[in-house]
Design a protein. Structure first.
Lengths: 281, 119
């Protein structure tokens, strides 16, 4: 019993750290570890991973708020899209074939992998978008952050706000319909579609995914999917890991973060496509 | 709103969030310690509290699984706490537009949570 608890704390430490750096909840990583390695019932694995998402979000957000890494207005504005999407998804469960959705979102992640590799290879590197259009001005979405790795203040703006808003709605819909976290989609919406720098994108995604997860976590809490001996130690590990990860992310170069992000979304995309085609459960 | 005022908003939210996270972590750790002190969960094998009534009853009897579940529930509430404090902070800075936006988020979130309790 106690050795299992220790193992959950260690898994949580690693998952929390990685999740905080990348802005993803890590459900797609924790769930297979718990089911395949620990032999847990999928129901308890999903319950535990949703708690990890919240722990990653709240744990890392403390540091990201203190260090002014995240964009609070972008988060609040886009949260409307994700929460509405998540509720619609929960209400529409069964209306769509999950095969189609897994394949669709899986291919989108694979396409994003390709996009990110192209960005890694490009000579322009992590160019910062600074033009402010009228939507950005009206919603006061432009902000700045201090990049510890490059030791400079970075002023940035966003573009394609409606596109990002729709993508966020789709991310929420996917999480409601498929019961998956949507951190990766959130980061892609901000980084790739809205051209927000990767670090504030990750920090802002961390902040947002807690809110999306809190809604579904209550469902799992009351339907008996959350087992205290699993979720408790895991949450403690994740909280500590996320605190470390939020410090670590700030000293990493954006390019390095992107290099960690690429194989992870490739893995997630592949997993979803295979799931959609029924190759894996 | 100036950048400086936005900083204040963020710092206030950060402080409150930290208190929420630390409290839930302490409760979970206490629950885990109780598991070893009491030498068990306080419930039959494969059982743990899933409803408020049973949970609070268990907490007063210092049953370890009830205390851990309370800590987990407090952790689930931390993002909600963050949204509530954000409304207050934006209001304090007279940023009406974001008071509305954040209030909308809170309403949707509470709706989803009630839906979750009853669904």
């Amino acid at each position: 019993m106690s050795s299992a608890m220790l193992l959950y704390i260690i898994i949580g430490l690693a998952a929390g750290c990685l999740g905080a750096v990348l802005g993803i909840g890590g459900g797609m990583i924790i769930t297979p570890i718990l089911t395949v390695m620990m032999g847990l019932d999928i129901k308890y694995a999903i319950g535990a991973s949703i708690i990890s998402v919240i722990a990653t979000s709240s744990g890392s957000t403390i540091a990201y708020l203190k260090d002014d890494m995240l964009n609070l207005r972008v988060a609040m504005f886009l949260e409307i899209a994700t929460t509405v999407g998540a509720i619609m998804g929960a209400l529409l469960v069964g209306a769509f074939s999950s095969t189609f959705l897994y394949v669709l979102f899986g291919f989108f992640l694979l396409y994003s992998t390709y996009n990110m590799i192209r960005k890694l290879m490009s000579k322009k590197g992590e160019a910062v978008y600074t033009e402010q259009n009228s939507t950005v001005q009206k919603l006061k979405l432009a902000d700045s952050y201090y990049d510890k790795a490059e030791q400079k203040q970075v002023d940035y703006s966003l573009k394609n706000i409606p596109g990002g808003f729709i993508m966020m709605w789709a991310a929420g819909l996917a999480s409601g319909l498929l019961g998956i976290g949507s951190g990766a989609f959130k980061v892609i919406a901000m980084d790739t579609i809205m051209k927000m720098p990767l670090k504030p994108s990750s920090a802002t995604s961390n902040l947002m995914m807690g809110v999306t997860a809190a809604a579904s976590a209550t469902v799992y809490f009351f339907n008996g999917s959350i087992k205290p001996d699993i979720a408790g130690p895991l949450a403690i590990g994740v909280l500590v890991g996320a605190t470390i990860g939020a410090r670590l992310m700030q000293v990493l170069k954006p390019k390095v973060i992107r290099m960690i992000f690429v194989p992870i979304i490739f893995y997630m995309g592949l997993q979803m496509v295979l799931k959609g085609f029924g190759v894996i459960a | 709103m100036e950048k400086k005022e936005m900083r204040e908003v963020e710092l206030v939210i950060g402080k409150i969030l930290r208190i929420g996270v630390i409290v839930s972590a302490i409760v979970i750790v206490l629950g885990i310690l109780l598991f070893f002190i009491n030498g068990g969960s306080g419930y039959a094998d494969g059982e743990w509290p899933r409803r408020f009534g049973v949970m609070f009853q268990g907490v007063f009897q210092l049953k370890s699984y009830a205390v851990i579940m309370l800590g987990i529930f407090l952790l689930i509430l931390t993002p909600v706490l963050r949204v509530v404090v954000s409304i207050y902070a934006f209001a304090k800075e007279h940023d009406k537009l974001y008071v509305y936006i954040t209030t909308a988020v809170l309403i949707i979130l509470v709706f989803a949570m009630v839906f979750g309790y009853n669904g």
